[in-house]
Design a protein around this ligand. Structure first.
Ligand code: ATP
Ligand code: MG
Length: 270
């Protein structure tokens, strides 16, 4: 049997096909690569391992003597995996942007069978956790995700229409004029934890979307495919991104198993 492993900054993703050719996916924290090793030991039928991701070297330190290893560069693996997952769901784009929201964010342009990394930002899933932890003391990802979905950004973010009171706005009034911008210009009140986290998530989602759209316009691509585990079970973030992308006249695409693009690509590379 063959498996693909994407050892990322935060999470290590594993993908393989079962006897019915269905994808099986599993995740480990990247700070516990011994757990990956033990998992492999408990699956003695594994013969080939495709590896990718920024923590590949650390992973290989733990597993290299075990099986036949096939390495593929992270961006190649991610795009290979995305192509496979898009195809599986019947999507076919001549040109599109691929935005991978991992610990950090990488943005790619994909055209037919080619792709290029056009840019990125340090604002990503790590920022969501880090800023949430610093502002609220909450460090658990699932708790952050839950609280974000219950929060309200209204009393913290400053919208364009909040500035242009009683006037026509020069751009869509519902766009954010300043993330967290209301705090400094209104009397200080204690904001509920869920509101702070929802606003952090809004900031992260909007920075990533704004940058993705700029590249999409430069490349004349209508569709932006958003992937990465930061979006997993995080409807609030997906909604921020989808709404902002649509407001700016582009089409957001979300696909199943998107967090495992790199692992699927590493598997396909064997
Ligand atoms: P990179 O690609 O930047 O090296 P990565 O591959 O580890 O990082 P992903 O696995 O795509 O990145 O996403 C990591 C992010 O997903 C985290 O920063 C966090 O916001 C979110 N996340 C989702 N599930 C979890 C989890 N169980 N534990 C921690 N973070 C999680
Ligand atoms: Mg990654």
């Amino acid at each position: 049997k063959a498996i693909g492993i994407d050892a990322g900054g935060t999470l290590t993703k594993v993908a393989y096909l079962d006897e019915h050719n269905e994808l099986v996916l599993t995740t480990f924290p990247s700070n516990d690569l011994l757990a990956v090793k033990n998992w492999i030991i408990n699956h003695p039928d594994i013969e080939d391992i495709g590896v990718t991701g920024g923590r590949t070297e650390q992973l290989l330190d733990v597993i290299k003597t075990m099986k036949s290893i096939h390495y593929i560069v992270e961006f190649e693996a991610t795009l290979k995996g995305v192509r496979f997952l898009l195809h599986k769901e019947g999507y076919l784009f001549e040109r599109s942007m691929i935005t991978n929201i991992g610990t950090g964010t990488s943005i790619h342009y994909m055209e037919d069978n080619t792709h290029v990394r056009v840019g990125g930002t340090g604002v990503g899933g790590g920022t969501l956790i880090g800023l949430s932890a610093l502002t609220t003391g909450i460090t658990d990802y699932n708790e952050i995700r839950n609280l974000a979905s219950m929060g309200n950004r209204e009393s913290i973010d400053l919208l364009v229409k909040d500035i242009y009171q009683g006037m026509d706005t020069p751009i869509d009034g519902h766009l954010t004029a300043s993330n967290f911008g209301k705090v400094g210009i209104t009397e200080s009140v204690k904001h509920p934890t869920e509101d702070i986290i929802a606003t952090v998530q809004g900031l992260v989602g909007e920075v990533i979307t704004t940058l993705s759209i700029q590249y999409a316009e430069e490349k004349n691509a209508q569709h932006i495919v958003y992937i990465g585990s930061t979006l997993s079970n995080n409807d609030h973030l997906a909604r921020v991104i989808a709404n902002y992308t649509r407001t700016k006249k582009h089409t957001p695409i979300f696909i199943n198993d998107h967090g495992f693009s790199g692992a699927v690509g590493a598997l396909l590379n064997i």
